[in-house]
Structure formats: C-alpha cells, structure tokens
Write a protein that binds this ligand. Sequence first.
Ligand code: B12
Ligand code: SF4
Ligand code: SF4
Length: 340
Amino acid sequence: MSVSYFFNLIAKIKYKFNNLADVFKLFTFLNNIHENTKLIKSKAKELGFDDCGISKIETFNNFTREKYNEWINSGFSADMQYMERNIDKRFDITKMVENAKSVISVILNYYPEVKQNTESYKISKYAYGYDYHKIIKDKLYKLFNFINNEISKISGRVFVDSAPVMEKQWAIKSGLGWQGKNSCLINKDIGSFFFVGEIVIDLELEYDKPINEYCGNCTKCIDACPTGAIEKPYVVNSNKCISYLTIEHKGEFNKNINIDFTDYIFGCDICQDVCPWNAKPVFSKIKEFKIFDAIKTFTYNNWENLNENDFNKIFKNSPLKRTKYSGIKRNINQIKKVKF
Ligand code: B12
Ligand code: SF4
Ligand code: SF4
C-alpha cells in the first residue's frame, strides 16, 4: 500500500468520524478483538482441545428451526422429553445467557488407540474411559478463567451436553465441521469421534465462517445402519437407534421390540465406523479417555456374570453409570432374546 493511498484512506475514514482519534480508537478496538481471539484459540489448543471456533450470537435461521420441529413432530425424539422442552432457549441462547455476544465452540477427540476384546458385548468408544462431561467442563472452566483474568472481565456460561444448546449447530457455524448424513459433526482433520462443548460469553470476538460439506454422494452410514434409524440423510429416528435404546430409553423394552443391537450394550458406533472421514483416525491424547481395564478385557461371560456391586465400583466415573446396572442387564437380555 503506498503512503498516499494510506493518507487518502485515513482522510476518507476521517470524513465519517469526528476526528483522527476516533479512527485510532476503532483501529485499536478491532486489533484488540483480533488479538483476543488469537489468544483464546491458542489457549484452547494448549488445554488439549483439538480445535476451537467462534460464532456471533444470533437466533437460528428458519431452516434449522423447521427441521428441528419436524424431527420433534415426527416423534423422532422418542421418550427424550427434554428435547421437547425449552425450545425458545434452544433457538435463542440469550434466554439462558443474558447479554451473550459470542459462542466459543471446542471439540475434543476421544478416538482410542486400544480397543475392546472382540469376544465381548460392545461398548461405544466414547464410553471407554472416564465420563467426558467433567473432563471437558474442567478444561472449559480453565479457558473461561483465562479469558476473565488475562483478557477482559466476562460473564457467561460453560456447556457440555447438559442444556438446551444446539451444540452441533454452533460448532458448524464456527467452521469446526459439517453435519454428516449420519447427523454427526465431521471435522476434516479428525473425523467425527469427538465431543463438543462451548463457552457463551458477553465479549465480542472475531467470528469464523461455516465450511463446505464433504459427504458428496456417499451414503455408507445410511446403508450400514442395522436398524434403518437414519430415515433420510441427516435425520436420525431415535426410536430405532441403538444408541438411544441402549442408553437413553428408560425401563424395560416393549415385548414386541425385535431390534438386533448387534452386540452393543452401550451406545453404537456403526454409522461412524464406516464413514470414510474416520478411515485414518487420529488417536486421542487425553489420558482419561483411555480404555478401562474391565472394558478392554471383559468377555461375554464377564458381562453376563457381573454383579451390581462390582458394576458400581468399576463404572463409578464412567458414562456407563447413566444406564445403571439394570440397563446393562436389560440390554444383554434383549440381545440374547433376539439372537437365540
Ligand atoms: C439427543 C441427542 C442424541 C439422540 C438423538 C441423535 C440425533 N442425531 O439428534 C441419540 C440418543 C440417538 C444420540 C446418539 C448419539 N450421540 Co448424541 N446428542 C444428543 C444431543 C443431546 C442433542 C442433539 C440434537 O439436538 N438433536 C436434535 C436433532 C433434530 O438434531 P440433528 O440431528 O442435529 O438435526 C438437524 C439435522 O437433521 C438438520 N437437517 C435436517 N435435514 C437436513 C438437510 C440438510 C441438507 C442439512 C445440512 C441438515 C439437515 O436439521 C436438524 C436441526 O438442526 C446432543 C448434545 C446437544 N445438546 O446438542 C448430543 C450429541 C449430538 N451426541 C453426541 C454423540 C457422541 C452421540 C453418539 C455418537 C453416541 C454413541 N456412540 O452412541 C450417537 C450418534 C448417533 C447419531 N447417528 O446421531 C455428540 C456428537 C458429536 C459429533 N461429532 O457430532 C453430541 C454433540 C454430544 C456432545 N456434547 O459431544 N444423541
Ligand atoms: S448409532 Fe447405530 S443405530 Fe444409531 S443411527 Fe448410527 S448406526 Fe444406526
Ligand atoms: S459415511 Fe458418507 S454420507 Fe455418512 S457421514 Fe460419512 S461421508 Fe457423510
């Protein structure tokens, strides 16, 4: 840029402002936003997050609202009544975090290097280690405190899978990935075996843009789903989804239900395992996500003979505690009923 061009530009800008001091104030403001954003993203990486993207607070567009309502009205949320509540908050996050300006989304890879014994009932990979809610929240609070102490006094909230927050949609808005036809968020570098979390704060930052989607003509996830739960691209019917049935469904199964859980007793990874974006997985570096010894070594027999006391001891800090001992037993019985 030539010097005269620069002075002309300043003159033009000055025309719109009262004086040069205002121009420099604006410049400093924008520069601070840029620097603050860089600091936050680099701290997120230092804390172990695989990626961090930032979006401006906005209410969701009509497409997202319509599709969400369609999903609920089709009954695809099954018995997860919490998905039907607080719809206004879901679409307008300022109803939960007053004066919110930015959503800082993070992703954390959980893909394990060591897998389960193959002669065993299956546990979804996200549940191999310690419960992710606490691990991600601890890291997010560290990031929150860093912003509060080193950048600017802020107010806001931290979320991980625990409130009516459209986590995938915020992460998509901030360029962390695209929504695959299996409905999971996919990141170009690490695939889809990751968790999502976010901090919502009242500080303005520099905003990322969504990226393209890269599913193309592929339909591997839809073809591989053993229960036909992916009704159409991007839409999962929880009533048929093994993940829902084995984890979220409460109580006994209806006697007429004949769904084959394909040996899964907690969650299901099939539509992600077949995805070409997971073909060269990057292993998680988070030690807390390493496979529990019991999950690694247990055989069919061990699961079948496990008593409630041992279950409670071994899985005290594991996602498996969500179904409780009775849920695991119920799932094993369902598998046996369909198999034999
Ligand atoms: C409810 C829920 C479930 C339900 C319902 C699943 C679902 N697809 O919604 C059940 C219990 C089945 C489930 C299962 C799993 N879950 Co879950 N779940 C959630 C939860 C709490 C809400 C998700 C939600 O809002 N669903 C509502 C529906 C309507 O949303 P949606 O599927 O994204 O729907 C959109 C698309 O259909 C889109 N759409 C419709 N038509 C079209 C067309 C086009 C062209 C496009 C682009 C989009 C589009 O519009 C809809 C509205 O935005 C989130 C946490 C959170 N608070 O966000 C975790 C979350 C999504 N789950 C997660 C995980 C890890 C899983 C499992 C992998 C666990 C497992 N291994 O068993 C499976 C995956 C199953 C699957 N294929 O989805 C992670 C996902 C991480 C990722 N990489 O995407 C989340 C984000 C939790 C977290 N904080 O990490 N889950
Ligand atoms: S998690 Fe399993 S059952 Fe659910 S949609 Fe994916 S493959 Fe189908
Ligand atoms: S398997 Fe294919 S269609 Fe399904 S999410 Fe992966 S790339 Fe997209």
